[in-house]
Design a protein around this ligand. Structure first.
Ligand SMILES: [Fe+2]
Ligand SMILES: [Fe+2]
Length: 162
């Protein structure tokens, strides 16, 4: 396997685990605010990011590659307002889309079609993840009072009416 592609995939394991950790932090923040719907949403997202990391780990092992696991930085559990974690999440998903696209492009250039095929699943997943956070932001912004918007959405969604 090409060294550059391998190292980029290795870093992507780290990025996914960092995202998982960051979303766990956001989940804790919302939980402490009593916003259970948002806490659950970020907790589930955190688990998904962990799964993404494992998918890449398994792919590298299937290709018989040695794997280095890098440091994960601390994650915020406090934010300046309720909107911040969602804006942060949308931006970091856009960043992930760029990174995956870059590795995808490189794998095509280097004729590593196995990796390109493997990454196509991630590209599809990114469309979903970006739109999930974008839709949530749009919904919240329909109400002028942000705190009220969170309360309403939390109540509606907890009752399964959203
Ligand atoms: Fe991910
Ligand atoms: Fe994601």
């Amino acid at each position: 396997m090409d060294k550059e592609i391998k190292e980029l995939l290795e870093s992507q394991i780290n990025n996914e685990l960092q995202a998982s950790y960051n979303y766990l932090g956001a989940s804790i923040y919302y939980q402490l605010k009593g916003l259970n719907y948002f806490a659950k949403l970020f907790y589930e997202q955190s688990l998904e990011e962990h799964e993404h990391a494992m998918k890449i780990k398994n792919y590298l092992l299937d290709r018989d590659q040695f794997i280095n696991l890098k440091n994960i930085a601390e994650a915020k559990t406090d934010f300046s307002n309720l909107l911040e974690p969602i804006e942060f999440a949308l931006n970091s998903e856009k960043e992930v889309t760029k990174r995956i696209s870059y590795i995808y492009d490189l794998s095509l250039q280097k004729k590593d079609y196995l990796t390109a095929q493997f990454l196509s699943w991630f590209l599809e997943e990114q469309v979903e993840e970006e739109s999930q956070f974008k839709n949530l932001l749009d919904k919240i912004k329909t109400i002028n009072d942000i705190n009220l918007a969170f309360l309403i959405l939390n109540e509606k969604s907890s009752n399964g009416k959203s």
